[in-house]
Design a binder for this molecule. Structure first.
Ligand code: COA
Length: 332
């Protein structure tokens, strides 16, 4: 018999590297300024990994914090998904490296590639598997070492991103609404507006490719901006409609942290300026980790209270986008 269990977020955690890089620090590297970056993006600083830190190291720290928050042992995890666009290696998956670091020896593990939308995609992936009874407990991580894929001579991209990780533990519960079914979408026709064109099978690693800097992130910022505002706004409305929830019932909106102007534009469109969560000032855009870190901070800074409805929304390369609603609860 097909199950349709309620799935709840039992605990969250996050981790950012110690090294803080301010806008003034970036102005030493490229022709920019604190004024330009802050006024265009709302970013003040970002965290950057130490040379010996990889994406799985960040993910493992966030996972340990989420396990502690949930009061679970790593051996209780059945499914471990890492959403990332900056894996330790092409293979094996970063999820397998995290598994080894935290001792989640009973989990099956894989990475999920949806760029900045990855954490929400992975939450939905885990939610569906728990809802139908395929697994009991899932660990979902968004982790990125973006600094390895940035051209530190390109002022139009290097100022925008940071490193970090966030994690959530999911389990079935017989009360509340928990994490509700998401609305997600993609448009591969717009892939070239935000991508890393070199280093894969289309354009393999060669000296020429590296000389052309095609192994770094490339972006058409203005186009990305417009699509991000439209897609996240539409996805929020669609997920609220799907789950029969009115905008006014939502206590907190937690969007992808790419740019405060994108967040403000969505807030204005939905008329929810007073309920938008943002921490982009501290961490810049940490891609798939951004929503995960924001959710963890909203949970632990008292922004989310038991019984609150919260909306999560994301946008990223692909293009990919999505939105979910969840009912928050303490000791769920
Ligand atoms: N410092 C100073 N000047 C910069 C700069 C920097 N770091 N980066 C670009 N500029 C310059 C440009 O060269 C351009 O100069 P020009 O007019 O002489 O050609 C000028 O600033 C304006 O650039 P523009 O691209 O129009 O600025 P903008 O207001 O659109 O802001 C972004 C640029 C990148 C901040 C903005 O487009 C954005 O945030 N886009 C979305 C990016 C994003 O979120 N990506 C991830 C999605 S998951």
């Amino acid at each position: 018999m097909a199950l349709n269990r309620t799935v709840t977020i039992l605990g969250t955690g996050s981790y950012v590297p110690e090294k803080v890089v301010t806008n003034d620090d970036l102005a030493v590297l490229v022709d920019t300024s604190d004024e330009w970056i802050y006024s265009r993006t709302g970013m003040k600083e970002r965290r950057i990994c130490a040379a010996n830190q990889a994406t799985s190291d960040l993910g493992a720290e966030a996972a340990k914090a989420a396990l502690k928050d949930a009061g679970l042992d790593a051996a209780e995890i059945d499914l471990l998904i890492v959403a990332t666009l900056s894996p330790d290696m092409f293979f094996p998956s970063t999820a397998c490296f995290v598994q080894d670091q935290i001792g989640a020896k009973n989990a099956f593990c894989y990475d999920l590639g949806a760029a900045c939308s990855g954490f929400l995609y992975a939450l939905e992936n885990a939610r569906a598997q728990i809802a139908c009874g395929a697994v009991e407990t899932a660990l979902v991580i968004g982790a990125e070492k973006m600094s390895s894929f940035l051209d530190w001579e390109d002022r139009s991209t290097c100022i925008l991103f940071g490193d970090g990780a966030g994690a959530a533990i999911l389990q079935a519960r017989d009360r509340g609404r928990g994490l509700m079914p998401a609305v997600m979408g993609s448009d591969g026709a717009l892939a070239d507006l935000l991508w890393t064109p070199g280093g894969g099978s289309r354009n393999p690693i060669s000296h020429e490719m590296v000389n052309r800097k095609e192994h770094f992130i490339q972006m058409q910022g203005r186009d990305v901006f417009k699509h991000a505002v439209t897609r996240m706004g539409d996805a929020v409305m669609a997920t609220l409609e799907k789950n029969e929830i009115a905008v006014d019932e939502v206590a907190c909106f937690i969007p992808h942290q790419a740019n405060i102007r994108i967040i403000d534009a969505i807030a204005k469109r939905l008329d929810v300026e007073d309920r938008m969560f943002s921490n982009v000032e501290k961490y810049a855009n940490t891609s798939s980790a951004a929503l995960a870190i924001a959710l963890d901070e909203a949970a632990h800074e008292g922004v989310l209270k038991s019984g609150d409805l919260a909306v999560l929304t994301v946008f990223g390369s692909g293009f990919t986008w999505g939105a979910s609603v969840l009912e928050w609860g303490e000791n769920q």
